[in-house]
Design a protein around this ligand. Structure first.
Ligand code: CA
Length: 223
């Protein structure tokens, strides 16, 4: 896969480059926002890893310009500040993934893998639960689950980082309106409850991580 890494921190560049190289990806580096923008408008990539704090043109503008060109490219946002991420979430339809610095390289690897699979339209599979990125549709043993728009938003948020904790406030944002105004915690709980009932045959479980959020895990034993 061909990846554009737009990041100006040289230490982080080196670390991420090593991880991506080990996974067999070809990575092109842009150290400024304007260089990233030029590359995005002239070359083809499978994934953009985008730092928001870039010189010459900030990451949010790079993203907005990409969207205006109707770029369907998956984008993994890296940001040092949560508040910047809130702005991105507000202007985007939830097609991307976000990581706040500092982060674990293993988590980074998992997110990249998931985003590349999505870019290929490949289904996600956990236990007997199947997910189609193209259709945003969940099915169990080939039978499509009837999920509401809100249930889909929550399930999708968990599928983006399987096995890992998704913060309750990230879910509240996923349930929120187009202006980025988050839903209340009780609304998250209501939809998680409904989702659990619908996933009863999927051999996956939504675990509550007290004080943090939720995790989607398989209940099938290995081997
Ligand atoms: Ca930076």
């Amino acid at each position: 896969m061909r990846i554009l890494l737009a990041e100006d921190d040289e230490t982080l560049q080196r670390g991420l480059l090593a991880v991506l190289g080990k996974a067999g990806h070809q990575t092109v580096i842009a150290s400024t926002g304007s260089h990233a923008d030029t590359l995005l408008s002239s070359e083809k990539f499978d994934l953009l890893i985008l730092d928001l704090g870039l010189p010459l043109m900030d990451g949010i503008e790079v993203l907005e310009r990409l969207r205006r060109r109707r770029g369907g490219l998956p984008v993994l946002i890296l940001s040092a500040r949560d508040r910047m991420l809130d702005r991105v979430r507000g202007l985007d339809s939830g097609a991307d993934d976000y990581m706040t610095k500092p982060f674990e390289l293993s988590e980074f690897e998992a997110r990249v893998r998931a985003l590349l699979r999505r870019g290929q339209g490949v289904n996600f599979l956990l236990g007997r639960l199947q997910w189609s990125w193209d259709l945003r549709e969940a099915s169990v043993d080939g039978e499509v689950l009837e999920l509401s728009r809100h249930e889909v938003a929550l399930l999708e948020a968990m599928i983006k980082s399987p096995g890992r904790v998704v913060a309750k406030n990230a879910m509240a944002i996923a349930l929120g309106d187009d202006e980025g105004v988050a839903a209340g915690d009780n609304m998250v709980e209501v939809y998680i409850h409904r989702l659990r009932r619908k996933l009863v045959h999927a051999t996956v479980e939504i675990r509550t991580v007290r004080g943090l959020g939720y995790r989607l895990v398989s209940t099938e034993r290995e081997g």
